[in-house]
Design a protein around this ligand. Structure first.
Ligand SMILES: Cc1cc2nc3c(=O)[nH]c(=O)nc-3n(C[C@H](O)[C@H](O)[C@H](O)COP(=O)(O)O)c2cc1C
Length: 170
């Protein structure tokens, strides 16, 4: 599958089959994160793979994550390990870096026939308690991962003309 096909075909998947993800596929998804670019190539990140059903249930019930993380056989917590670093543009490196890496994982997962859903709705403090994440590390995203049990239609997007301008902001 070429990159554009994965971009076009990926959907947020919120229903999963009761089928484990093979380690070979999981490792390819993680490899996509490892190879992602990061500001200054510092790679100040950690990806916590959560397969344990008890922990996934706690993420759903105690940390406010979506209930379907109980169903998805894997959840990956994308963490920034140097959250103080700011780029000249004023943006925090970690949130940009981890967003790129999470996107790469989602696209690779789709290529492998797996589904993902990016979760931004969670209580960070509770996630950190559950996954024993040290103070000074930020959780940017949870990514559910597993074989899809649904095949959603594409969600609407704005037209290119609405979101692109040339040479100046219009
Ligand atoms: C930063 C971010 C946070 C998101 N948080 C959630 C979430 O907490 N729960 C959820 O079900 N979907 C979440 N999503 C998925 C979006 O709702 C989804 O990407 C959007 O509706 C477009 O659908 P698509 O991914 O199928 O194209 C999130 C996506 C992004 C990029």
């Amino acid at each position: 599958m070429d990159v554009m096909s994965s971009i076009r075909g990926r959907r947020s998947i919120r229903r999963y089959l009761d089928r484990p993800v093979e380690d070979e596929k999981l490792n390819l998804v993680l490899e996509a994160a490892r190879l992602a670019p990061s500001a200054g190539n510092y790679q100040d990140w950690k990806f916590i793979v959560v397969k344990d059903g008890g922990l996934r249930a706690k993420l759903a019930d105690l940390a406010g994550a979506e209930q379907f993380v109980k169903q998805s056989p894997v959840v990956i917590a994308a963490c920034g390990t140097n959250p103080g670093a700011v780029m000249a543009c004023g943006q925090y490196k970690y949130s940009v870096d981890l967003s790129i890496a999470t996107s790469y994982m989602a696209l690779e997962a789709h290529e492998l026939g797996l589904g993902t859903c990016w979760l931004g709705h969670f209580y960070e403090k509770e996630v950190k308690d559950i996954l024993r994440i040290p103070e000074g590390v930020r959780v940017v995203a949870l990514l559910s991962l597993g074989y899809p049990a649904e095949d959603p239609a594409p969600r609407p997007r704005k037209r290119l003309e609405e979101i692109v301008s040339y040479n100046e902001f219009k």
